[in-house]
Design a binder for this molecule. Sequence first.
Ligand code: PLP
Length: 285
Amino acid sequence: MHHPFQATNAYATEMDLKDPLNPFRKEFHFPQHQGKDVIYFCGNSLGLQPKNVANAFETELTTWKEMAVGGYFNGTNPWLYYQEYLKPALSRLVGAKEKEVSAMNGLTVNLHLLMLSFYKPTAKRFKIIMEAGAFPSDQYAVETLVRHFGLNPDEVIVEIHPKDGAKTLTTQQITETIKATGDELAMVLFGGINYYTGQFFDLASITKATHEAGAIAGFDLAHVTGNIPLALHDWNVDFAAWCSYKYLNAGPGATGGYFIHESHLDNPSMNRLAGWWGNEESTRL
Ligand SMILES: Cc1ncc(COP(=O)(O)O)c(C=O)c1O
């Protein structure tokens, strides 16, 4: 039976015991304080180290030491195919097809690459909607993207602020702003969960309203991936990016991930910024 919330140790212990994820706790190293595991509330910044990570690193260091460049083809996990190893787990985590996700770069770099491909301002349709108080990196990224196109951020960026002293936004407020911006709207770039308030936005409704306005919906999922189940494909989200050092526990500086909806993958009007990865293996080597 589910008891209503109580701010007591007994209630917290009971809920911990019932939590199906409880056994995973022992898979992680905890910083120590006075000889005990700390109570760790900073997974939103840097996830704890999984206990099996040292072995995994050791395997790759041994391959590098013993095979050098041969590790790309002949190592325990041949490095050439690394993105392929990660696709099944990433696609499950964000609710995507395997061909819609991959791992590369850091989060802000991926946001820039995605926005450069998706944001196509015209004289009429050029506005970008964001939540007010988005993570600073996203604010800098969008502002500099706008300047990159020779436009004025004050005229382009529409920030949605909570109303009447509220701390969070309502979905209705967001979808109404999208509707009101209408055919001037080029892109919505929202956090999936606001890093400061913890509000989880209704990505499906935001995406639907954005598409009805004829624009592109992109999301920063730094605080969502590995935290809350997602269905990016079914929600028709156009693009998303996330980091893996928070709720994916991949370590500081670990490689980020991205999603691009299947509907855009073969779209010839996409301004795809390419390198040798992302092309057929035969033309890569
Ligand atoms: C919501 C959000 N966006 C972007 C970033 C920046 O990520 P990175 O420094 O990996 O590019 C962070 C980092 O904490 C974040 O929380």
